[in-house]
Design a protein around this ligand. Structure first.
Ligand SMILES: *[C@@H]1O[C@H](CO)[C@@H](O)[C@H](O)[C@H]1NC(C)=O
Ligand SMILES: *[C@@H]1O[C@H](CO)[C@@H](O)[C@H](O)[C@H]1NC(C)=O
Length: 225
């Protein structure tokens, strides 16, 4: 009697473990680029979800190495910020690992404008300066909530995957931040550029109605981007 109860408990444990494993491993890999359209002829199908893997016996330490992140990015552009990515395109050893990094430099009052990363959450660390940062939640019952914080050197802030966020240098000195991202290829959608600067342009009637703007202003913005 005692033995059969024990056996039942062991079987139940095995069943629970099996269920847990199938929950953890049953899903397909997440998309590693915007899309990967199926293609039947395999000799012409040169892209995979992510990148091809190098033959392990040809792999060298250099494949996992990159230097130069001590050098400030050029912030002389219109917005006064520069993102230097270290993703799979820059560091091939990141392929399939689900992580990447970026350095972000800010001129005085420089802005990393509202944008989203479709494939990654971001954890931002401020090395130097002061940044006003924030993100907006998705459309929900309580609307689009804005979460903001003023960050100083040593502070860390998290931007959840896919949400619109920004970083603004509020001071008249430079700022430097580093970001860790939960994808080898996080992707960036800069809201203003994607909306007003798409190629070809979105029909201005769509933007006029969507943003409740004067059509002339929409056409002006489309020229600007
Ligand atoms: C690619 O296509 C060829 C010819 O149809 C086929 O023999 C081969 O098995 C295919 N390879 C893969 C990886 O699907
Ligand atoms: C977005 O558009 C502005 C204005 O044309 C331009 O300065 C900036 O480089 C663009 N940003 C990206 C990420 O393409």
């Amino acid at each position: 009697m005692k033995g059969s109860v024990l056996m039942y408990l062991q079987l139940a444990t095995v069943a629970v473990l099996a269920l847990a494993c199938s929950i953890a491993f049953a899903s397909d890999p997440s998309p590693l680029q915007d899309f990967c359209v199926a293609f039947d002829k395999n000799d012409s199908a040169v892209f995979v979800n992510g990148k091809f893997c190098k033959d392990p016996k040809d792999v060298k330490a250099e494949d996992f190495f990159l230097s130069g992140l001590n050098v400030a990015g050029d912030t002389s552009g219109q917005l006064g910020s520069k993102v230097t990515p270290v993703a799979v395109n820059e560091l091939v050893g990141l392929n399939t690992l689900g992580i990447s990094l970026a350095r972000i430099d800010f001129a005085p009052y420089g802005l990393n404008p509202p944008h989203t990363h479709p494939r990654a959450s971001e954890v931002l660390f401020v090395l130097e300066g002061t940044l006003y940062v924030g993100f907006v939640t998705s459309n929900g019952d309580d609307g689009n909530r804005l979460f903001t914080k003023v960050l100083n050197a040593g502070d860390v802030f998290v931007f959840p995957v896919g949400l619109i966020h920004f970083q603004f240098n509020t001071e008249k000195s430079n700022a430097i931040a580093f970001a860790g991202l939960s994808s080898q290829n996080p992707g960036v959608i800069t809201i203003a550029n994607a909306t007003f600067g798409s190629e070809p342009p979105i029909n201005p009637d769509v933007l006029t109605k969507a943003f409740q703007l004067d059509k002339n202003l929409v056409e002006y913005l489309q020229k600007l981007f």
